[in-house]
Each structure stands twice: as structure tokens, then as C-alpha cells.
Design a protein around this ligand. Structure first.
Ligand code: GDP
Ligand code: MG
Length: 715
């Protein structure tokens, strides 16, 4: 007998940190696709599995505490359930936090979905000594209840089977339990439902009762069509809602929204009292003790700063070793290829373009692995929530939550992992604002530029100048953050509970999976796009070629080298640099330099500075090597001779324009890799905005510094 494969769509809903992603991974294994929800920058994961003749599609909805329309996450989760109508919704619950998790359950029940309750973290719940009557909960909620330990994969098959049974209508206690909100609300709801049905104006696919509840709660998305519409029906509904709300308020002495949420809590309270014994767990008690220390007003901050410092040190100090191995490997590869391959355009493309470009990005991999391992540890152990709690007040001054502090701090190391770390933030508004601000934290790639320029022009005060640059970056980030949250992101930051989950010992497997999930993206996306970008940049630097000149130079260089005297060798090297400089000047990048000249002239920059800013877009270190080429000094002896060349009056650089230049380097877009990361995290439109505002800011600030300096007679 041939059985046609039936399809089933299952959505996973749940609070952040309830183990949703673990359940998703356990269900679908490697068969998953990651993308974004249409129109917003919230990650969407879809996976496939087959079981009992079903092809099952699993969708990981964004983690939410509620289904109001407050945050993007909630809107995404809600509209998916209402509009796409998945066959089954599995609610992943952290059983140790049952009462808080059930608030979402109740809202899913209101939506009338076919619901399976996944009591995840069952191991911890049991270890706490609490007990739960599964059968009773099952009957009360009218939904199958399956305990799981997602991190070990326990109970996942039962969970899938429960979902299939439910979809096949083989679930015996299945029913849609109406939540009671007390007599006053219930009466008003009945009237409203009747009216809505009669007028036929209910929302697409959602139960009428749900729409009625949302109207009483004055849910903006649901009520808007009625407020904006001119029709008689809309007016009738509006009046009815107003009347009902007033009635509830006079009858209960409290506003309707509150009465409704109290109804939900009451329901939960009742259910828990029926089904659960011993809610106070030892685990929570231990956590509370630890918190008395770690979130203490006096001890908390030093401990937090110490931990951040350790993380920072580990990432960039410890990472420096494997980084230098990879660097020497890349150099070795480039040298070997140079000696093995005949000199040609193709080999130059391979060596300078592909190996050089991708190599410069791959060297950050160790840092990223270490950083993400550390972040995963802090997150999984529960400490990250405490750090965020401590930093909350400071971050509020720029319209962000405490959690954004970590990515900002990472920004001092490298913007790329820092921007990627914004995905640990729950609200997409925070992710956006943080990703826009991170590049203002002066990354370590800018340091070589600071050292060169400050060392050249401010010898004695070089250290102070460099420190000042870091400080200026932070101050500007604070100001820009305030500006943006007062203009672009006026919508108040989504109110969210600073939850303090219990401490737990992270499992090695969990840590590795978390680390890898994030690092993988760096490798895949960055690798691909950086490869393309490197090739393009190589092309722009190598073309158009200057064949005649090249041949003349090469003949002369060969002649000099064949004489073998030290003097001749030196001259040959000079010629090589001259040729390189000529090539850059003629190339498209050089032409870009010509183009940027009028743009950078008002800032007191020379065209060489302009070109290095353009090439600095690839990576900030490149500014130094570009200047080396343009000022015709060998890269090897870099430091001193380049400094001399810059210092000589011929260079056209003054201490004032040098400082303005440093300000520019501090503020403009860090590098391609960072831009790619920004695009990946917050989308193309915001990527352009980010590039635009940073470049404009850099220009204006440099202009201000240079012009004011001139007025003060410092030029
Ligand atoms: P999400 O935020 O809901 O996607 O949660 P995750 O799947 O990222 O899980 C959060 C943390 O809980 C991770 O450290 C998981 O390894 C851990 N975790 C997930 N499920 C379980 C479980 O059943 N038992 C235990 N002890 N830990 C779990
Ligand atoms: Mg997740």
C-alpha cells in the first residue's frame, strides 16, 4: 500500500530561555534553515523532520513572555499563529518557572490554537524536589502535557507524537478551555462577541472571543482598524467597547486591561494549586543567596567589572596566540604561492586578493570562538542576566537596557563579534540601536593608525592622545545614543522584566553548541562576502594597469638587482615602491582618491590621506600600509621611515590635520567585515544608515576640529 506523505506544521512558542532552540534542534537535527521574518530583523528558523508518515515542518517562533503587540517579537509570533494557522503549537515551558511561563500558555489558549505543553527542563524541576500531577494539568488545560529534557533529547519523540495525535484528533482530553475573567468582564465579553459576529467584523482567522478580549485590552493593532474606519459598523463597535470598558472600570474600580490580566493570573494560580505541590524550590533558594552577593550594590560592580575584564583579556590576549599562528600560516601560504606560481595577474589575484583578503578576516576566528564561548558560559550559567541587571541604570540613560552593555564593551576589541553579540538582545529595537552604536567604540584595528599618527605628530603626548580618542568615542556614543532614542526610536523601549533565572552549571555540550551556532555564521557569511569584497578591492587596486611604465621599471629593477651592490638593491626597492605608488595612483582606487580630494580638503587632509581612508574601509590597519605605499616607503621598515616622510613638510600633514584625521578614523565606518555584520544583524537599510551617519559624523567632527583649530591658530 502506498501512503501519500501528509504534511504538518508545528510552531514552537515559549519564553526566552525556556529551551525553545534546544527543543527545535532536538526535533529537527541538522535539517534547518535560518532566515529573517519578512520585514523585520527577527531571526526565523525553520526545520524539517519526518515521522509516522508525516513530513513535519517546525517553526521556531521568537521568544516572548506575552502575546500583546508590544515588541516586534510578540507581533511576529502572534501574527504567525493567527494568520498562518499552524496545525499545532508546542509551548516550550521552563517547568522550574511554571507560573510565569503559564501566562503565555493562557494567551495561547485564548487564541484557540491546538496546543501541546512541553514541560521542559524537567530534570531541574525534579531535582528541585517539587512535584507535578501531569494528568491533572493535562485535563485542566485541555492540552497534552509532555515532560522533556531538551538539552539531552529526552522526551522529544513523545512530544512529536503528542503533536501528531493532536493533529489527528486522537487526543482524548482535547478542548479549548475558555478563561474566565470574573463576572463583569465575562458579561461584557459575551455582548461584544455577539456584536462582532453579527457585524461580521472579526479579525482574520482569530476567534471572535480573542478579538473581543484584545479590544477590551485596547490592543493597538486590533483596535486601530476600528478607530480609523469611517463605517457605521466600526462606530458601533467603538461605542460598544467604550461602554464595556467603562462598565468594567466602574464595577471593579480598576482598568479593564488590569482586570483581564488578573483574570489570567488567577487562572494560573488556580491551576498551579491544583496540580503542583511544593513550588518553592531549593534551586531558587540557592540562587537567591548567590544574588545577595553578586547583585549587591557594593560587591556587584567590582565583580562584574572583573569578569568583563577577564572575558576581554581572554578574547584578545589568549586569542592572540592562535591568531598569530593563523597569521603566520597565511603569510607562509602567500610566500609559498609567490615563489611557486609564475608572476601573473591570476597569481596576484589569488595571493593578494583571495589569500590576503580572506586571510585578514580568518585571523579573527580564534577571538570570536573564545569570545562566544565566554559569552555562552556567562549566559548559560545565568550570570549574564545579573550583569545586565547591574548595568541597567547606566544604559537607560541612552535608551537601552543593561544587556546592551556587553556588545558595547566587546566593541573595543573588534566591532564584528560585538555587532554579532547584539543577537543576544531580546528586543529588536535594542539590537538595532546597539548595533548602530557599537562601531563608535574604538576597535583594536584602529590602534595601529593611532600609534603611527600620534607617534609621529604628538611624540610626548601620544599616549594621552590615544586615550582621548577612546574617551571621545565613548562620549559620542552616549550622545548619539540619546539622540537616536529621542528621534528614531521614540517608541519606548519594550518594557521587559529583568528576569533573574536560577544559576546553573553550563553543560560542555550546551556551551559548544551555543558557541558554534554563532561562530558558524561568521565563517559562512563573512567568508563568502569577504571573499567577493577582497576580489573586488584587489581589482580596483590593480586596474587599470600601466603596462609600459611597469615594463620600464621592471627592466630597470632587474638591471639594478643584477649588479648586486647594496646601493643598487636599495635603489631597486625604491623603484618598486615608486611603481606600487604609481599603480595605486592610476588604479580605480587612486581615481577614487582624486574623487575624495574635494571632500577631504576642507578637513585639511592630503589626497594620500583621502585614499587611505578609502582603502581603510577594507580594514583599519590597511590605512597604515596604504600610507606606506603612497609615501613611497617600504612597508618592512614601516614605522620610522614612514614617520619621517609624514613629518617632513613635503607631506603636507600638520599636527592639526593629523588630529582631525585621527578623529575621522575613530568615527567612520570600521570596515567591510563590520558592515557585513551590521547588514546580517539589522538589515540592508540600516546598514546604509549606519555607514551614512558614521561617515557624516566623522566628516563633521573632523571639520569642526580642523576649522576651530585653525581659528585658534593651531594649524
Ligand atoms: P531558548 O532561549 O528558549 O531558545 O533556550 P535555549 O534552547 O537556548 O536554552 C537555554 C539554556 O537552557 C541552554 O543552556 C540549554 O542548554 C539549557 N536547556 C535547554 N533545555 C534544557 C533542559 O531540559 N534541561 C536543562 N537542564 N537545561 C536545558
Ligand atoms: Mg533560542
Amino acid at each position: 500500500m502506498v501512503e501519500t506523505k501528509r504534511t504538518l506544521r508545528i510552531a514552537l512558542a515559549g519564553n526566552p530561555n525556556s529551551g525553545k532552540t534546544s527543543v527545535f534542534n532536538a526535533m529537527t537535527g541538522a535539517r534547518q534553515k535560518v532566515g529573517n521574518w519578512p520585514g523585520v530583523t527577527v531571526e526565523k528558523k525553520v526545520g524539517m523532520l519526518s515521522r509516522r508518515g508525516y513530513a513535519i515542518e517546525v517553526i521556531d517562533l521568537p521568544g516572548t513572555y506575552s502575546l500583546t503587540a508590544f515588541s516586534v517579537e510578540e507581533r511576529v509570533a502572534r501574527s504567525f499563529i493567527v494568520e498562518e494557522q499552524p496545525d499545532v503549537v508546542i509551548h516550550v515551558i521552563d517547568t522550574g518557572n511554571l507560573s510565569r511561563n503559564l501566562y503565555l500558555t493562557v494567551q495561547l489558549m485564548e487564541l484557540g490554537v491546538d496546543l501541546v505543553l512541553d514541560l521542559n527542563m524537567w530534570d531541574e524541576f525534579q531535582a528541585s524536589g517539587a512535584e507535578l500531577d501531569l494528568e491533572k494539568l493535562h485535563r485542566m488545560m485541555g492540552a497534552p502535557v509532555v515532560p522533556t529534557v531538551a538539552s539531552r533529547g529526552d522526551g522529544i519523540e513523545e512530544l512529536i507524537d503528542a503533536a501528531i495525535d493532536l493533529a489527528e484528533d486522537r487526543e482524548e482530553h482535547h478542548r479549548h478551555v475558555p478563561i474566565s475573567y470574573g463576572p463583569h468582564v465575562n458579561d461584557m465579553l459575551e455582548d461584544l462577541v455577539e456584536l462582532l459576529d453579527e457585524k461580521g467584523v472579526s479579525q482574520n482567522g482569530a476567534p471572535t472571543r480573542w478579538t473581543a478580549i484584545k479590544l477590551l485590552e485596547r490592543d493597538p493593532e486590533i483596535i486601530r482598524p476600528f478607530l480609523e474606519s469611517e463605517t457605521r459598523e466600526a462606530a458601533t463597535v467603538r461605542d460598544a467597547v467604550d461602554r464595556a470598558t467603562r462598565h468594567i472600570e466602574t464595577a471593579t474600580g480598576s482598568d479593564a486591561e488590569k482586570v483581564i490580566s488578573e483574570g489570567r493570573y488567577g487562572y494560573i494560580e488556580g491551576a498551579l494549586r491544583e496540580a503542583v505541590t511544593d513550588q518553592t524550590t531549593d534551586r531558587m533558594e540557592v540562587s537567591r543567596r548567590i544574588d545577595e552577593l553578586l547583585t549587591n550594590r557594593f560587591l556587584g560592580y567590582p565583580v562584574f567589572i572583573l569578569l568583563m575584564w577577564v572575558l576581554f583579556q581572554m578574547t584578545f590576549r589568549l586569542g592572540a596566540y592562535p591568531m598569530s599562528w593563523i597569521e603566520s600560516f597565511v603569510t607562509w601560504l602567500a610566500t609559498t604561492l609567490t615563489s611557486v606560481l609564475p608572476e601573473s595577474l591570476l597569481s596576484s589575484l589569488l595571493i593578494d586578493g583571495v589569500v590576503g583578503g580572506v586571510g585578514s578576516v580568518i585571523v579573527f576566528l580564534p577571538n570570536i570562538l573564545i569570545l562566544f564561548l565566554g559569552v555562552a558560559f556567562l549566559e548559560d550559567s545565568g550570570y549574564m542576566a545579573r550583569g545586565a541587571f547591574l548595568m541597567d541604570r547606566l544604559m537607560h540613560s541612552i535608551g537601552l537596557h543593561g544587556k546592551s552593555f556587553i556588545p558595547m564593551l566587546m566593541g573595543f576589541g573588534c566591532s564584528v563579534p560585538a555587532i554579532m553579540a547584539t543577537r543576544t538582545l531580546e528586543s529588536s529595537r535594542d539590537r538595532l540601536l546597539t548595533a548602530l552604536l557599537v562601531p563608535l567604540m574604538s576597535c583594536s584595528a584602529r590602534l595601529p593608525v593611532y600609534l603611527l599618527i600620534a607617534g609621529t605628530f604628538f611624540a610626548e603626548q601620544a599616549g594621552t592622545v590615544v586615550f582621548a580618542l577612546y574617551a571621545i568615542g565613548v562620549v559620542i556614543a552616549l550622545l548619539v545614543g540619546r539622540l537616536f532614542s529621542a528621534t528614531l526610536f521614540r517608541s519606548a523601549p519594550a518594557p521587559f522584566v529583568m528576569e533573574l533565572p536560577p544559576y546553573r552549571m553550563p553543560t560542555p555540550r550546551g556551551l559548544l553548541v551555543h558557541m558554534w551556532e554563532r561562530s558558524k555564521i561568521y565563517l559562512q557569511k563573512m567568508g563568502g562576502i569577504i571573499l567577493i569584497a577582497s576580489v573586488i578591492l584587489w581589482f580596483l587596486g590593480a586596474f587599470p594597469q600601466i603596462p609600459e611604465t611597469t615594463r620600464d621599471y621592471e627592466a630597470e629593477m632587474a638591471r639594478l638587482e643584477s649588479t648586486g651592490t647594496a646601493e643598487a638593491m636599495e635603489r631597486a626597492e625604491e623603484l618598486e615602491n615608486e611603481l606600487a605608488a604609481k599603480q595605486i595612483e592610476t588604479s580605480y582606487i587612486g581615481q577614487a582618491g582624486e574623487l575624495v580630494r574635494p571632500v577631504v580638503e576642507p578637513l585639511g587632509f592630503t589626497w594620500e590621506m583621502g585614499v587611505s581612508l578609502v582603502t581603510g574601509f577594507v580594514a583599519k590597519e590597511v590605512i597604515v600600509s596604504t600610507m606606506g605605499v603612497l609615501y613611497q616607503v617600504g612597508e618592512e621598515e614601516g614605522g620610522t621611515s614612514l614617520q619621517e616622510a609624514l613629518r617632513s613638510p613635503k607631506s603636507g600633514v600638520t599636527p592639526l590635520s593629523a588630529f582631525a584625521f585621527l578623529i575621522f578614523v575613530l568615527l567612520y565606518t570600521p570596515c567591510i567585515a563590520a558592515v557585513v555584520a551590521v547588514k546580517r544583524e539589522i538589515g540592508v537599510r540600516w546598514m546604509w544608515f549606519s555607514i551614512g551617519y558614521q561617515t557624516a559624523l566623522a566628516w563633521l567632527m573632523s571639520f569642526g576640529v580642523y576649522r576651530i583649530g585653525m581659528l585658534l591658530g593651531l594649524g
